[in-house]
Write a protein that binds this ligand. Structure first.
Ligand code: PLP
Length: 372
């Protein structure tokens, strides 16, 4: 990856040492341009633009499906993870037993309470690690679904999804994964890991900006489901009854959940962002993010800054929690170094491919001075 050229695509990197992609990823010049183009077209065409926007939306769906290696009609565009999880919670007509890891992100946990289901919490280990045996022990004959994040927002723990997916398959439990904190930085194989439902907001590691979330639902589920939400856009107007009356048919698969008018601008930003990540190469991005995280671990240690929730390489993500307080975050911001306070412990540092080793060195030097 040509890092100089890559950083020029993200002009904010000129002004800030931005190490907070877990809070919000940067948007590239070309992704902002995709949004601007949409508004230019809206000015010129208003509803006439739909002749172009509808096929472009389906093109982005194909691009996103290719990115996830799933079929396009199993993928819905929804605004956020909370909406997606509420949809899933309403797929069940009767209360069911749901397994969640304690302290999962609220957008994934709260919908189950709101819909009146029985939530069972499995406590992670001291270091945020998810212990599969504990999950297995918590499963009962009534358990219907396991919801878990690929990377935990507050400990940075990265789950090994395959054994969890295998467990769910063997117990006939639906496996829902929230990949908001990993997709775009770490590889993930929906089919190999037996994932039934994947939800992923794209404003962080995918770099697409706000308001666009990928929701994959397997064909096994959509073939026999209680569709949890419907609206005008859930319908295809494809058939004519004899006599010319239009017949309204429901869309097949996950897109039926796109209940209202599409958020075209957000969808086009997503298309552009995925094309950029693909052109950089997902393997290259993963290698770079892992290299930067390892570098961060080394520099924090050399500067005697405690790492909270230290993980072995196989469970490491790009979210690193380190010693510090709210005041640390404020002091760093004054130097144009952007990290976030962690809700659990310390500060959260989260480099993406557009960051450099020099930026990490600068951060650790400042942390050392603040501690002195
Ligand atoms: C694991 C995880 N899921 C989801 C989200 C975002 O949720 P929503 O899309 O409902 O805003 C976040 C945001 O920080 C997150 O860390």
């Amino acid at each position: 990856m040509n890092i100089g050229a890559t950083r020029r695509l993200f002009p904010l990197t000129n002004n800030y040492t931005y190490l907070n992609t877990a809070g919000c990823g940067l948007m590239s010049v070309q992704t902002v341009e995709a949004a601007r183009n949409f508004y230019d077209e809206f000015y010129a065409l208003a509803i006439l633009g739909k002749d172009e926007w509808i096929p472009r939306t389906e093109y982005v769906r194909k691009v996103a499906a290719g990115f996830l290696n799933v079929e396009a009609d199993q993928l819905a565009f929804v605004p956020d993870v909370a909406t997606a999880a509420n949809h899933v919670a309403h797929m069940f007509r009767e209360p069911v037993e749901v397994l969640l890891v304690a302290n999962e992100f609220p957008s994934v946990s709260l919908p189950w309470y709101a819909a009146g289901h029985e939530v069972k919490l499995v406590k992670p280990g001291e270091n945020g690690e998810v212990i599969i045996e504990k999950i297995e022990e918590a499963v009962t004959g009534k358990t219907k679904i396991l919801c878990i994040s690929h990377v935990h927002f507050d400990t940075g723990y990265r789950n090994d999804l395959k054994p969890l997916g295998d467990l769910c398959r063997s117990k006939n439990i639906i496996f829902l994964v929230d990949s908001t904190q990993s997709l775009g930085a770490f590889p993930l194989d929906i089919k190999e890991s037996n994932i039934d439902i994947l939800v992923s907001n794209c404003y962080k590691w995918i770099t697409a900006g706000f308001g666009i979330t990928l929701m994959y639902v397997s064909k096994t589920l959509t073939d026999h489901w209680n569709i949890p939400a419907l609206g005008c856009n859930s319908m295809d107007m494809v058939a004519m009854k004899p006599g010319g009356e239009m017949m309204h048919l429901l869309r097949k698969g996950a897109p039926v959940l796109e209940v209202g008018q599409p958020e075209y601008e957000n969808i086009f930003r997503l298309g552009s962002a995925i094309e950029l990540l693909s052109s950089l190469g997902l393997d290259n991005i993963h290698a770079r993010v892992s290299m930067l995280t390892d570098h961060l671990y080394s520099r924090l240690k050399e500067n005697n800054i405690t790492i909270h929730f230290e993980q072995p390489a196989k469970n490491r993500s790009s979210l690193v929690m380190a010693e510090g307080t709210w005041d640390t975050v404020v002091a760093l911001k004054k130097k144009n170094i952007i990290v976030s306070p962690s809700k659990g412990k310390g500060i959260r540092i989260s480099p993406h491919f557009y960051n450099t080793e020099e930026e990490i060195d600068l951060l650790c030097e400042e942390l050392r001075k603040l501690k002195a």
